[in-house]
Design a protein around this ligand. Structure first.
Ligand code: GH3
Ligand code: MG
Ligand code: MG
Ligand code: MG
Length: 340
């Protein structure tokens, strides 16, 4: 594997590494340092084991090359202490020793390479290639894993965003940004079940713009669209956050009012009717011109004992609303009872 790593790549890599070189003999140190300079540009020298250990503790290194026989603290002792702190850092031992006991100590301490004195360029290159090549691939692997992780994270976030956006798109009407019929179908029955279980109020308003076709015919479809947007914004403003405002059809809107009995629902309907009636909607493209609309509204509330299905409420509110249309528009009809 390390054979594939050409010299240029290897040296480019080793030049980025911080080396700690520990050797007590000045002559050996100078001679090996000369060779090491072909590979490393950041070399820290120490001339015994104790000094080596101090250097190791005071800075962060990528590689250690150390002699064994040294005063104050020998190489084996120093490696033992370093290994207590760092089990990973590659250590190359440079020695004139060849005896078995010494080699076993080195292996047990997890040293990574050996340089037998006298050290020549060929021997050094082979050992550096072996030890630093491994380090090179470890670092490359780590970089690759990190970039892979970042990519996975990025894609996951993108996917999450898309899912959230899709949910919004699927539940909302694009023109008015109100909830759509699909959202109503998904949630209204649940609200009804909850109200029944808690014997809580739940009311439903159904409303339709009066003579909206005329608006389109006179001012055009785009003006019609902006009227729908203005109305939607007004409905959101009047209602509470817990109320569910739905664009039910073209110019037809439904509002579900949780925790609300008929009396409260009628109050909201009245507020909606008068606010919308008084709205002065600017006509896009023509300065100073305004447009006015009215609503017919049907109101009903849930009878917890009888109403099992949300369709029952829709049907009643729809019937009341059509009664409002039939009897003159711009009015509120409570199911079976007129209020104006
Ligand atoms: P009524 O008082 O009986 O409700 O009369 P109307 O004219 O409002 O009723 P009709 O059902 O005859 O017409 C509804 C109009 O609403 C016709 C249709 O073009 C318009 N409409 C529905 N959806 C949209 C929309 O998204 N944009 C625009 N501009 N108009 C729409
Ligand atoms: Mg020595
Ligand atoms: Mg209408
Ligand atoms: Mg209609």
């Amino acid at each position: 594997m390390y054979k594939d790593l050409d010299m240029k790549k290897l040296v480019n890599f080793t030049k980025t590494l911080k080396l700690l070189y520990v050797e007590d003999n000045k002559e050996s140190r100078d001679s090996l340092e000369g060779l090491l300079k072909n590979f490393f540009s950041d070399i820290t020298l120490a001339d015994d084991g104790l000094a080596g250990l101090e250097e190791f503790k005071s800075a962060s290194f990528d590689l250690i090359i150390t002699d064994i026989k040294m005063p104050k603290m020998n190489g084996i002792e120093m490696i033992e202490k370093i290994r207590e702190i760092d089990e990973e850092i590659p250590i190359i031992v440079s020695t004139a020793h060849q005896d078995q006991e010494f080699l076993i100590s080195c292996i047990n301490l997890g040293t990574n390479g050996y340089l037998l004195k006298p050290i020549n360029h060929k021997q050094l290159t082979r050992t550096i290639k072996f030890v630093c090549g491994k380090l090179y691939y470890q670092k490359e692997n780590k970089k690759y894993e990190e970039s892979l992780e970042a990519l996975v994270k990025e894609r996951t976030e993108e996917l999450q965003m898309t899912t959230e956006q899709l949910a919004i798109i699927a539940n909302k009407d694009s023109l008015t940004n109100l909830y759509n019929r699909r959202y109503f179908n998904d949630t209204s029955q649940m609200l009804l079940n909850l109200a029944r279980r808690n014997r809580d109020g739940l009311s439903l308003l159904m409303m339709d713009i009066d003579r909206f076709k005329v608006v389109n015919d006179v001012y055009g479809h785009l003006v019609g669209d902006s009227v729908l947007q203005e109305l939607a914004a007004t409905l959101l403003e009047i209602t509470r956050d817990s109320d569910v405002v739905i664009r039910f059809g073209g110019e037809e809107f439904v509002i579900l009012l949780p925790h609300t009995h008929l009396e409260g629902a009628v109050q909201i309907a009245q507020k909606i009717r008068t606010t919308v009636k008084n709205l002065e909607i600017p006509i896009k493209g023509s300065v100073d011109k305004i447009l006015k609309i009215t609503l017919s509204i049907g109101v009903t509330e849930c009878y917890c004992d009888d109403d099992k299905c949300i369709d029952t409420l829709i049907h009643r509110a729809d019937e009341a609303m059509y009664e409002a249309k039939r009897t003159g528009r711009d009015k509120i009809i409570i199911y079976e009872k007129e209020v104006k």
